[in-house]
Ligand binder design. Structure first.
Ligand code: ATP
Ligand code: MG
Length: 615
């Protein structure tokens, strides 16, 4: 492309130079012709006037000499004087080969009157023939003799000797211009080649699959190419820096992710252990160290058997390592309750069943990897306690239901068989017993329904104004007989004025019944039960105080759990489902109050129920 452009401009330049040279030469030759013509005119005039005088004096030889000299001097092609009126007689001829007629020269050859006075310059003619020869025709008037004609043919043209300096000048200018142009072209071509190479590199680098190095161009193409290569190199270095920074960033974020993962594992409630093929602990989270009752430093790197010595766990880990076990194995480990760990999860519950129960799940970390075993430790003490409570409830409920049902069946059979037909007392006792047992059944079923409602979250209160005074009057009459039969003194310590509160009367009465009923049930004969009512900080407080068998410290919260009954023979010998306190506390809490217990084993208990009066 550059070569084409160079060729085109060279051609234009040559044409321009040629035109210029032609124009200069033409103008030069025209002005030379004009100057020559001027000269011919001057010479013709001079010869004409001189010839007129000389011919008038008949000095023919002088005329001839003059014409010959002028022809020689001016280089005329022809210069002669003829007498047209005397049959074209030639008077003088400058050319050596010219034909001069001397002898017949007449003395007079034309009438003078026809002549124009004053040399007849008005009739001078100068014409240029097509072949470029200048023809000068000058009529001469020779006084007293006639007219003659001076004929000059001037074929003088510019010679190469005259024009060569001009041509040489033009040639030098043209050569200089061409040389300068050639040099400019060379320089431009070098530059443009660098730019072309850069353009080509950019085009090829935009093709898919091109490499970074392809952007570089031949540095010999000039400073532009070198500068371009420098920019490309700087870009490469910048990109390398950038990718380095990206790698560092991703490493840092990965590190922080690992750290976060560690914190997440530490925050898990379940214990995690990783064990290698030599049975060494590789990793342990915070919960694992608590469950295994050891420090993390001591645990990591130590033998698993030291921390968790259970044959089933050991066999499972070995099986994973030798590849014979691919799925998970679950083992349950009972550990004696650690008195120091009482505050940890399940500690209090563990006390109830005598040990904490850990469920250990052992599995390979990855299905295809048998080199690491993952051990997950969960505290299932609560679940086990609940299971046991439920099982004992089923047994208790069966027992509870069976006893009244058996009594009802026996008395009904007696009445059906006609027993007591003649003894009205026996008959009425039988019917009374049946009625009592049915009520007992009703209460048990009612409690079970309430528990189901609490579990489902659908226990609702039917609130109304409750006159507290009447509630306690009824309470005292309800339990008077039961207390008396057990030789228990039931005292009511009531303030002179009792308020009216808002609440669900039946449910509040049910809760109070359970508290007072428990106090009487779990106080041996001859004891004392006091119900003390008071008002404090806008709350109604009811204390049920007995001097009965009391509650062990570790069971003081558990007795509010559903189905829970104290593990005491004096308690289990008394009928009950363990639902009363759970229902009572839930009911009171729905009113915005609470039930708490203070107790000393074998000395007695105080259950305090608080109810907001504005409730
Ligand atoms: P029921 O469902 O028939 O009331 P229950 O009386 O055994 O059966 P709760 O009223 O819930 O059940 O009481 C739970 C447990 O709390 C009792 O089994 C008992 O161990 C303990 N308890 C409750 N009140 C007393 C008390 N006044 N003195 C000693 N222990 C008590
Ligand atoms: Mg009870």
């Amino acid at each position: 492309m550059v070569a084409l452009a160079g060729l085109a401009s060279a051609a234009i330049m040559v044409a321009a130079l040629g035109a210029c040279a032609w124009w200069t030469l033409r103008t030069y030759s025209r002005s030379a012709d004009a100057a020559r013509e001027e000269r011919v005119r001057a010479v013709a005039g001079l010869i004409g006037r001189s010839a007129e005088g000389l011919l008038a004096n008949n000095e023919h030889s002088s005329v001839r000499r003059m014409v010959a000299e002028a022809t020689l001097a001016q280089g005329f092609e022809r210069c002669r004087i003829v007498l047209p009126a005397a049959k074209g007689l030639v008077v003088a001829d400058g050319q050596t080969s010219g034909r001069v007629t001397y002898a017949e020269m007449p003395a007079k050859w034309e009438d003078e009157s026809k002549l124009i006075a004053g040399g007849g310059s008005a009739m001078d003619t100068f014409t240029r023939r097509p072949d470029g020869v200048l023809e000068a025709r000058v009529p001469l008037v020779v006084p007293g003799r006639g007219t003659a004609m001076l004929e000059i043919d001037d074929a003088h043209r510019l010679t190469s000797a005259e024009t060569w300096p001009l041509q040489a000048g033009i040639g030098i200018i043209a050569a200089t211009a061409m040389g300068a142009m050639w040099m400019g072209y060379r320089a431009m071509r070098r530059r443009v080649r660098a730019l072309g190479a850069i353009g080509e590199a950019l085009r090829s680098s935009s093709q898919p699959g091109s490499a970074e190095g392809e952007l570089e161009v031949n540095p010999e193409l000039g400073v532009e190419a070198a500068a371009w290569n420098r920019i490309v190199a700087e870009r490469r270095v910048f990109k390398e820096h950038q990718s380095g920074a990206r790698i560092a960033e991703s490493l840092a974020s990965r590190r922080s992710r690992d750290g976060e993962l560690g914190s997440v594992c530490d925050g898990l409630w379940m214990g995690l252990l990783l064990v290698d093929d030599r049975m060494k602990v590789k990793y342990a989270n915070g919960a694992a160290t608590v469950f295994l009752n050891t420090g993390r430093e001591a645990l990591i790197g130590s033998d698993l058997n030291k921390a968790l010595d259970d044959p089933k766990v050991r066999d499972a880990v070995r099986g994973i390592m030798d590849g014979s076990i691919k799925s998970r194995t679950v083992a349950e480990v009972r550990r004696l309750a650690d008195p120091n760990a009482a505050a940890s999860s399940g500690g209090a519950v563990a006390g109830a069943i005598g040990a904490s129960v850990l469920r250990i799940t052992i599995r390979p970390l990855r299905r295809e990897d048998s080199a690491t075993a993952l051990i997950v430790i969960e505290d299932v003490t609560q679940q086990r306690v609940a299971d046991e409570a439920r099982n004992s409830f089923v047994a208790q409920a069966t027992h509870e239901l069976r006893t009244p049902l058996t009594n009802i069946r026996l008395y009904l059979e007696m009445l059906v068989d006609g027993g007591g037909a003649d003894d009205p007392q026996k008959r009425s006792d039988g019917l009374n017993t049946i009625s009592q047992e049915v009520r007992r059944l009703e209460r048990i079923v009612g409690d079970m329904l309430s528990v189901a409602e609490i579990d489902a979250g659908s226990l609702k209160l039917n609130k109304d104004d409750v006159r507290v005074a009447t509630v306690f009057e009824e309470l005292s009459s309800d339990f008077r007989e039961q207390a008396a039969s057990k030789e228990i003194t039931l005292k009511l310590d009531l303030p002179p004025k009792l308020p009216v509160i808002r609440g669900d009367r039946d449910k509040i009465v049910m809760a109070l019944h359970n508290l007072v009923g428990n106090a009487i049930k779990y106080t041996p004969a001859g004891g004392e039960v006091t119900v003390r009512v008071g008002e404090e900080k806008g709350q109604l407080s009811v204390e049920v105080i007995d001097n009965g068998i009391g509650v062990r410290e570790e069971e003081r919260e558990l007795i509010f759990e559903k189905f829970y009954r104290a593990k005491d023979r004096r308690i289990t010998s008394v009928t009950g489902t363990g639902l009363g306190l759970a229902i009572a506390r839930e009911v009171v809490r729905l009113h915005g109050g609470d039930i708490i217990v203070r107790s000393q084993l074998d000395k007695g208990s105080t259950f305090t129920m608080t109810l907001p009066m504005a409730a």
